[in-house]
Design a binder for this molecule. Structure first.
Ligand SMILES: Cc1cc2nc3c(=O)[nH]c(=O)nc-3n(C[C@H](O)[C@H](O)[C@H](O)COP(=O)(O)OP(=O)(O)OC[C@H]3O[C@@H](n4cnc5c(N)ncnc54)[C@H](O)[C@@H]3O)c2cc1C
Length: 338
């Protein structure tokens, strides 16, 4: 078998909170999973949009930061040894004699008995600033998401953008970076007024430099290592900001992409499912979490968790045909290594 061809029981599209919990629920029913995500990390919206925000409606956690919830879900899935395929969108789905083959943009192919679509609002991808040659710096000194703030300790960081992410990360990184510069095209930010006031206070103290009204124009550096970010104002005046990293925060776009062409029944851009099983209109394909639609659906993480359990039970006979499924509590069954 080629290195990029795999076989498993269940292919899960989306490693958001709901996709991660589906690994656990499938694992409890002796089903192995491969999980795909366009992002280069797990967590979906929790990781990409609000990692440091507290969530208050996860049962058993009166308050938990979104990033920590993702870590806990990954830890809960770990005994079932999922394989993750990060950093590339799922682009294709083929029906085979005994299931499906799912493949991503990197050419990885996973044959599975069943497919679970936990794709939220669609594949996440950054809104890239139109700077020639930026791709060469991506992942080395240009980052569209902050995975670990510690990575920026002692660095000279340029943050571009005027929304919550730009302002919140400027405040956060000012505590440990060598120098933080915020490039924005106008004095008014689109962030929470309290955060903007904090940013302006830091700027007065000289702990953050506001580079306004400027826009990104060019990058200087070699082999993906940034040396400087060139910015320009509308009159064409340029400034050269010496920097180690650039964080462009112009939002993340979501794209339903090829899923929309998979002959599934859609209900207002979401996949219509039977709420008892999360089965879609195509046998063997299930949808859970934000992407799944049925009357009365609440787009909440806790709803998605219950859907993951329902889907796993519905998938069991496809993976283990003829095997009776006796409903068991986790307290009775335990998990591997427990
Ligand atoms: C600011 C904010 C605050 C929130 N607060 C709360 C809260 O307090 N409580 C609560 O319950 N909910 C909250 N939510 C909503 C919650 O985050 C979502 O309900 C939850 O993330 C849905 O999980 P999911 O796994 O279904 O989808 P997502 O988290 O959207 O994850 C889907 C993943 O699928 C991937 N994907 C999609 N298509 C493809 C493809 N073709 N190929 C590869 N990967 C793909 C995406 O890249 C993404 O990572 C909040 C949302 C936001 C934005």
């Amino acid at each position: 078998m080629q290195d990029n061809a795999h076989t498993t029981d269940v292919a899960i599209i989306g490693a958001g909170p709901v996709g991660l919990f589906a690994v656990f629920e499938c694992g409890m029913l002796d089903m192995k999973c491969h999980v795909f995500d366009a992002l280069d990390m797990a967590g979906g919206q929790c990781a990409a949009l609000y990692p440091e925000k507290p969530i208050y409606d996860i049962p058993g956690y009166p308050r938990i930061d979104a990033a920590l919830l993702v870590d806990r879900l990954a830890e809960q899935a770990e005994p079932f040894a999922p394989t993750y395929h990060f950093g590339h969108s799922v682009t294709g789905l083929e029906r085979t004699a005994d299931g499906f083959v799912v493949n991503n943009a990197a050419g990885e192919r996973v044959a599975a008995r069943a497919v679970v679509i936990a794709a939220g609002g669609g594949a996440f991808g950054p809104n890239r600033p139109p700077i020639p040659g930026i791709e060469a710096f991506e992942g080395k000194s240009v980052f569209y998401l902050v995975r670990r703030r510690e990575d920026f300790r002692g660095k000279r960081v340029v943050i571009a953008g005027g929304g919550d992410s730009a302002v919140d990360w400027a405040l956060s990184l000012a505590e440990l970076a060598a120098h933080v510069m915020v490039v924005h095209r106008r004095p008014k930010f689109r962030a929470a007024p309290q955060s903007q006031a904090q940013l302006e206070a830091l700027a007065k103290e000289g702990r953050v430099e506001l580079v306004i009204p400027f826009q990104l124009a060019a990058l200087e550096g070699t082999d993906g290592k940034l040396g400087a970010v060139v910015v320009a104002d509308l009159a064409g005046n340029e400034r050269r900001l010496e920097a180690d990293c650039l964080l462009p925060f112009f939002g993340l776009a979501t794209e339903l992409g090829p899923l929309a062409q998979w002959d599934l029944t859609f209900d207002d851009n979401r996949i219509a499912v039977d709420p008892a099983s999360c089965a879609t209109s195509r046998p063997g394909i299930f949808a859970i979490g934000d992407i799944a639609a049925y009357p009365g659906k609440l787009k909440l993480i806790l709803t998605g968790f219950a859907e993951a359990a329902a889907a796993a039970h519905a998938i069991h006979p496809l993976v283990h045909p003829g095997e009776a499924l006796h409903f068991e509590y986790s307290t009775t069954k335990g998990v591997p290594g427990s």
